[in-house]
Design a protein around this ligand. Sequence first.
Ligand code: 5GP
Ligand code: ZN
Length: 114
Amino acid sequence: MSDCLFCKIIAGEIPSSKVYEDDLCYAFHDISPQAPTHFLVVPKEHIQSVSAVNDENARIVGHIFAVIAKLADELGFAGPGYRVVSNIGQAGQQTVPHLHFHVLAGRDMTWPPG
Ligand code: 5GP
Ligand code: ZN
């Protein structure tokens, strides 16, 4: 999608700090980290949010979770634990309308979220 911020990041038109990349997804550090480790994992295909996940594209979401689990092992935060968050729509405080999973680690999280 030509006017989508994350599509531009995936295409390399806007610089980002890469954590991981494969054919289906791209992971990069959040520009405004909310934890010592905070990166985003996005599908390369433009999907608006979790609300747009369906039987045709759900395979990508499953793949993204497998990637997150692998990165958590490799980066050493699987043991202590971490949080995966996806904000959806206006009430969910989604600011970029391209599906993304926040991966937050390196501190104790609080609950409930704000
Ligand atoms: P949302 O609020 O939609 O759940 O999350 C969007 C996230 O994208 C925010 O945490 C925000 O800091 C991050 N973000 C916004 N613009 C950029 C950018 O240009 N580069 C990077 N790396 N992250 C961004
Ligand atoms: Zn997009």
